[in-house]
Design a protein around this ligand. Structure first.
Ligand SMILES: NC(=O)c1ccc[n+]([C@@H]2O[C@H](COP(=O)([O-])OP(=O)(O)OC[C@H]3O[C@@H](n4cnc5c(N)ncnc54)[C@H](OP(=O)(O)O)[C@@H]3O)[C@@H](O)[C@H]2O)c1
Length: 303
């Protein structure tokens, strides 16, 4: 693909990237790869000890000068606003936001509380952090970049026979944040009422998963749609400063060997380094016309 939008290597030490859930796994590798490019990276984590240890572990590679830690629990508005204030005081603005944090553990059950907790992190957490940090968006060459690390289970096939939501979520030109919120709230209501099967939500447990992959899939369907909704808002000239470009991408890192609980199946997996490749590529290269879309292995994929 031709690199026809912005000069490659536009970034410098003054470029600031923020990565959520970055104390381990793919998030940590994203930090490492961006820092290797000479970019200043803010490694965030909900646990201060784990976050500071992660920065410390970059010392042996000489990357710790490029990397700063700040705590962030993506579910907390207060935590996101405290990070935003610190970023404003320390750097004045940011160029790249990578929403990577998510949960999916075999310890998570299938109750309403479990579903709500997962969606609070994987969907509302992404919205919370993006909303708090967008006012700090700089006029980065080629535009400010927001990347959401999502999953292929967030492609529309994850909806199974649920044709009502397929119609709403596939109409990407008209999708709005309110429609995506409505999708998530309706799902939660059906889980609470015990009617999700009648509601047409696919029963992923048939695939032999102990973890309720259905709610994880809903969370990734929602963030993929949110990315399109946010893109529509910016394309319409709302939510950004005059003349400023904002790009927003969602992507699947592939099946990656990390702590993410439900992936214990004996199938070939990517290394975290390989999993970080597409999110980092999107953040740096920012493919022309790619905003609002879903990516995997550096290629645009169908919804
Ligand atoms: N691994 C795969 O095969 C795969 C496939 C498709 C998509 N993904 C996606 O890739 C992303 C990274 O996953 P991973 O595989 O690297 O998993 P991981 O190793 O379990 O890392 C997840 C990270 O998210 C953090 N996190 C969880 N809740 C948080 C919160 N409330 N606030 C801030 N941070 C929080 C975790 O922090 P703690 O250490 O404190 O728990 C951890 O740093 C996720 O979005 C995941 O859905 C992964």
């Amino acid at each position: 693909m031709a690199q026809d939008q912005v000069e490659w290597n536009w970034w410098s030490k003054e470029t600031v990237a923020v990565v959520t859930g970055a104390n381990k796994g793919i998030g940590f590798e994203i930090v490492r790869q961006l820092a290797k490019q000479g970019i200043t990276v803010v490694l965030t984590a909900r646990d201060t000890n784990r976050g500071e240890r992660a920065v410390e572990s970059l010392k042996c590679e000489g990357l710790h000068d490029n990397v700063n830690f700040h705590s962030l629990d993506v579910r907390s508005e207060q935590s996101a606003l405290a990070l935003a204030e610190w970023l404003r005081d320390t750097y004045g603005g940011i160029d790249i936001l990578i929403n990577n944090a998510a949960i999916a553990s075999t310890e998570i059950g299938d109750t309403f509380e479990d579903a709500k907790s997962l969606l609070d992190t994987n969907y509302f957490g992404v919205k919370n952090v993006t909303k708090a940090l967008l006012p700090l968006a700089r006029n980065t060459p080629g535009g400010f970049r927001v990347v959401v690390v999502s999953s292929s289970v967030g492609q529309l096939k994850g909806l199974g026979n649920n044709n009502k939501y397929r119609k709403i979520l596939s109409d990407r030109e008209n999708i709005t944040e309110d429609l995506v919120d409505d999708f998530v709230y309706k799902y939660l209501l059906e889980v609470e009422n015990g009617t999700w099967k009648e509601g047409g939500w696919p029963d992923w447990t048939k695939l032999g998963q102990r973890f309720p992959l259905r709610t994880y899939s809903v969370s990734k369907l929602a963030v993929n749609a949110y990315v399109s909704a946010l893109h529509n808002t910016f394309a319409a000239g709302r939510g950004r400063k005059l003349g400023q470009a904002v790009n927003v991408f969602s992507c699947c890192p592939g099946l990656v060997d990390t702590d993410l609980g439900f992936l214990g199946r004996p199938v070939p997996k990517k290394t975290p380094e390989q999993g970080a490749d597409t999110p980092v590529w999107l953040a740096l290269y920012c493919p022309k016309g790619g905003s609002g879309k879903f990516w995997s292995d550096r290629n645009e994929k169908e919804l």
